[in-house]
Design a protein around this ligand. Structure first.
Ligand code: TPP
Ligand code: MG
Length: 389
């Protein structure tokens, strides 16, 4: 899968050098062909993994799918930009974690799945997953404003988006919380098919989570159980290198998360998470295996968040070289280039999609601003199951 230099994984707690420094020292072993991307060397370990990655079988692109993906990713990007604006204007409260830069993962995975049939579990970085799953922008924005029209009736806010209709089983503030929930959804699907003999029960669940979360126990427990029972689940790691201010390679024994699948006898893939077609291709393969009863897949998507951890993060830890490297890999620009080069769309069409998306985003804000707050008399509503919800 990879070419290049020695892989460093051991940065003990007493090491004076971090892995990026070790990487720079290791360049003495780099062959001429590895030096093609100097910006990756300067940008560190994570960037190097991406530039050394040989993509395996991206999805086949047709015009309709290409335009759908472009629209979904544009919606994700512009919706989040608007969130930042609204947050700084004091319209949203609490922590808000944006997804800019990671759009190819949401659109690539969810776009390959069957809407309202397959299931999803997200994290606190959940707005774009909800949009890709089809939750209307109005409902997502309303939730962020704490309004009754929000997808969680204004009770959840940014980190707790939920939609039964769109099979979104929640955003979760605690890291790793969504993984066992996703496992349960996958188990339900298998149980219905095998025990209850519902032949059409072939839904697959995608669990999204970050690199930092892979150091938590739920990750290992759920991988074990999923493989043991051959559950139809896709573990989607969005490896953006950082867990708040902790660099991934300093926090884990082997930064190559996809390899951890191997210890469970599970299929694992390392993917360019800045390329929606690469993500889509890998998801299609994982879906095929899951629906055929062959069990789970671990997808490690190498990606990057363009903003700080949350909108309250001054983002002072990451180097300019690193940020610049990843900005150059902007997944929206990559897809646009692919569409134009293959003659599947022209620039005017793409600009008109952007305008359409902008209208949708502005409409979502207007809608959310004019919506009602939850009634204080209803504070305990939706805590217990009620009829006709
Ligand atoms: C169980 C638990 N422990 C600690 C935290 C504090 N915390 C919030 S975000 C975060 C980092 C998670 O990083 P990662 O999984 O890489 O996700 P990313 O923010 O990069 O999307 C941590 C440790 C938490 N939310 N939940
Ligand atoms: Mg992370």
């Amino acid at each position: 899968m990879r070419r290049g230099f020695a892989h460093f994984s051991s940065t003990g707690p007493y090491s004076l050098k971090n892995s990026d420094q070790q990487l720079a020292m290791s360049q003495i072993n780099v062959t001429a062909s590895d030096q093609s991307d100097n910006s990756a060397l300067e940008a560190g370990v994570h960037a190097n993994r991406l530039s050394n990655l040989v993509n395996s079988q991206p999805a086949i692109l047709d015009r309709e799918t290409g335009l759908e993906l472009f629209k979904d990713m544009t919606l994700g990007r512009r919706f989040e930009d608007k969130c930042a604006e609204m947050y700084y204007r004091g319209k949203m409260f609490g922590f808000v974690h944006l997804y800019n830069g990671q759009e190819a993962v949401s659109s690539g995975v969810i776009g390959a799945m069957k809407k309202k049939h397959d299931w999803f579990c997200s994290t606190y970085r959940d707005h774009v997953h909800a949009l890709s799953a089809g939750v209307p922008a109005r409902e997502v924005m309303s939730e962020l404003f704490g309004k009754e029209t929000g997808c969680s009736k204004g009770r959840g806010g940014s980190m707790h988006l939920f939609s039964k209709e769109h099979h979104l089983l929640g955003g979760y503030a605690f890291i790793g919380e969504g993984i066992p929930v996703a496992l349960g959804a996958a188990f339900t699907s298998r149980y219905k098919r095998d025990a209850l003999k519902e032949k059409n029960s072939d839904s697959v669940t995608a669990a999204f989570f970050g690199d930092g979360t892979c150091n938590n126990g739920q990750f290992y427990e759920c991988l074990n159980m999923a493989q043991l029972w051959k559950l139809p689940i896709i573990f989607v790691v969005e490896n953006n290198k950082w867990a708040i201010g902790m660099a991934h390679d300093r926090a884990t024994s082997d930064p190559e998360i996809w390899r951890k699948a191997d210890s469970f006898g599970m299929k694992g893939e390392e993917i360019n998470g800045m390329d929606v077609l690469a993500v889509r291709g890998a998801t299609q393969r994982a879906l095929e295996r899951a629906r055929a009863g062959e069990g789970p897949t671990l997808l490690e998507c190498l990606t990057y968040r363009f903003r700080g951890h949350s909108l309250a993060d001054p983002d002072e830890l990451r180097t300019e070289e690193e940020k610049e490297f990843w900005l150059q890999k902007d997944p929206l620009k990559k897809l646009e280039k692919d569409l134009l080069e293959r003659g599947m769309a022209n620039s005017e069409e793409l600009r008109s999609i952007e305008k359409e998306v902008d209208k949708e985003v502005i409409d979502s804000v207007d809608f959310a601003l004019s919506a009602s707050d939850p009634d204080s008399g209803d504070l305990t509503k939706y805590i217990w199951a009620e009829e006709n919800i």
